[in-house]
Design a protein around this ligand. Sequence first.
Ligand code: AMP
Length: 194
Amino acid sequence: MTGITSTCVYCGSSDKVKESYRQAATELGRKLAERKIELVYGGGRVGLMGLVADGVIQNGGQVYGVIPRFLDNLEVAHEGVTELVLTENMHERKMLMAERADSFIVLPGGLGTLDETFEILTWKQLRLHDKPVVILNVDGYWDALVELIHNQINENFAKPANLDLFSVVNTVDEALEALEKSPTPTHEIASKWT
Ligand code: AMP
């Protein structure tokens, strides 16, 4: 096991998604708690976000939520989290989440999830951090994303080495194994560069 003690989970805020995505979110929360890995996330109680947090809380784990004040009403902050931080804006929220976690797991999600995922990957591409990023490809949800990145490489908009910035797995157990096998991160995101 490496020194991973916390993971930031990026995932959808929609409640209308299919059961396999919901189950993966709950299972991930439970298994993070069992492994004593702190959950860092967007602080809401809706969609997969709420399910991951519930999974951790119901199994005695630690949850660090970060939500901007203006979203507090929309996403409805989760009242059961261990620590909830209110930020002034989205940038501050994403920075705090990225600083607090020493790894990232991406569950299925929408535009917000894509924004967060690409931000953390581009920061890694620029060597602003070296934290592991694991894409949890539940039911092939992220196949199209992986294909898009391959297309960027084929068309020379990205380097083949960009594929080393993240790993893609199919199950929650594989995601946690991928974190365990990752080298311990050596450098922190420096907010002065972002
Ligand atoms: P979504 O994947 O769109 O359901 O959003 C998942 C998370 O991303 C939620 O916590 C949203 O608050 C957040 N989010 C939504 N839109 C954006 C955005 N434009 N930039 C950054 N985060 C966002």
